[in-house]
Design a protein around this ligand. Structure first.
Ligand SMILES: NC(=O)c1ccc[n+]([C@@H]2O[C@H](COP(=O)([O-])OP(=O)(O)OC[C@H]3O[C@@H](n4cnc5c(N)ncnc54)[C@H](O)[C@@H]3O)[C@@H](O)[C@H]2O)c1
Length: 345
């Protein structure tokens, strides 16, 4: 228990709810990172974790990233996240029903949607028990893809090259990766795609003219202009940066960098990096823009992600800080201002 309190204190004081439901086998953690700007929002991740400590570390890091994402996007929302620890014998339907009840009991302070490993069927079950889950996965994926294109446009502008004809390596052919690949192809980019489930990558690539599939272990070091991690986090490691041939990293996977130091390695190699709290924010803008802020049209806020990416890349270049540091400072300045602690960033 002491260790748990120490972990939470080190993470800046998020609040956590641990759920163990013996009937369904559900083991889940809901983390609320910050609610200064509004309700804590973040998707449900369903994953087989090596340990419950690993699940806790993941949910805390993801909730923290959501706080930054919402702040940078100008949303009236803070950061949260839920993880479901996948295990043999889990009664999936009963487990997501229970999770839906828990989210409902939280009374709207936590708003959720899909994320890695959580299916449309899981979300549909949750929605039978809570009003605070967004189930339009296709709409959210389209919103992420739109924001990603704007951010890749910003990379091209900073590099001084036209968008059309650039090549992009998309890692992951799930809900987000598949839609991102389609939309990037429509914007005139050439697509290389990979997924650990090779059949899934082939299936998505078949629908995209000129798209090529490569192996999952080569995708980030392909000879392309841009790499777009759209699968799991922690994939951009020091080894990947050294072997990388792309001049930009801009993807929707949350926490794509394996550690904060990787941002410095990318900068040292001259690789442009759009932090994922900006590049992946389309979904949360779409969901929260409607349900919390009542915005009938969220596209202007999604399109603004491109301007934010450009500002962050320019400021990073001018100051010698990494784009991640610049983004973090901007996100925290808005929260501090809302708390009356300082000028708005
Ligand atoms: N769903 C959303 O609304 C949303 C919004 C913003 C960001 N994201 C982030 O986007 C990423 C993808 O989410 P999703 O909803 O598409 O998940 P998903 O479960 O639908 O798809 C993930 C895909 O990645 C593949 N994959 C896993 N590890 C891989 C690897 N090492 N290399 C290649 N492929 C791999 C899986 O086989 C799967 O096809 C996650 O990091 C998620 O946090 C999701």
């Amino acid at each position: 228990m002491e260790e748990l309190f120490a972990t939470l204190a080190a993470a800046g004081g998020p609040r956590c709810m641990f759920v163990a439901d013996p009937r369904s086998g559900l083991r889940a953690i809901v983390a609320l990172d910050d609610t200064t700007l509004g309700p804590a929002v973040g998707g449900v991740r369903t994953m087989r974790y090596p340990s419950s400590d690993a699940a806790l570390a993941d949910v805390l890091a993801l909730a923290r990233a959501m706080t930054r994402k919402c702040s940078l996007a100008g949303l009236d929302a803070g950061g949260g996240k839920a993880v479901v620890l996948l295990a043999d014998g889990l009664d999936r339907k009963a487990a997501f029903a229970r999770l839906g009840q828990v989210v409902e009991e939280l009374g709207g302070v936590f708003r959720t949607a899909g994320d890695l490993g959580t299916t449309a069927a899981d979300l549909a079950v949750m929605a039978e028990h809570t009003r605070h889950v967004h189930t339009d996965e296709r709409g959210l994926a389209a919103a992420v893809a739109r924001g990603l294109v704007r951010c890749i446009e910003a990379c091209a502008a900073v590099r001084g090259v036209p968008l059309e004809g650039l090549s992009v390596a998309v890692q992951g052919a799930g809900a987000i990766g598949a839609r991102a690949a389609e939309v990037l192809a429509e914007a005139g980019l050439r697509i290389v795609l990979a997924d650990v489930d090779a059949r899934r990558a082939e299936e998505v690539a078949r629908k995209i003219p000129g798209a090529r599939v490569t192996s999952a272990d080569r995708i980030l070091v392909e000879d392309v202009d841009i790499v777009a991690p759209c699968a799991v986090g922690g994939v951009v490691t020091a080894e990947v940066v050294h072997a990388m041939r792309a001049w930009a990293v801009c993807g929707a996977a949350n926490n794509a960098l394996a550690s904060p130091e990787i941002a410095g390695l990318l900068a040292a190699r001259g690789v442009l990096h759009v932090p994922d709290p900006i590049a992946s924010a389309g979904a949360v803008i779409d969901g929260i823009g409607l349900s919390v802020m009542g915005l009938p049209d969220r596209t202007p806020l999604i399109d603004r992600l491109g301007e934010t990416a450009r500002l962050v890349l320019d400021e990073a270049k001018a100051t010698g800080r990494t784009p991640m540091e610049v983004a973090e400072a901007r996100a925290l300045a808005r929260i501090a201002a809302a708390k009356g602690e300082g000028p708005s960033g």
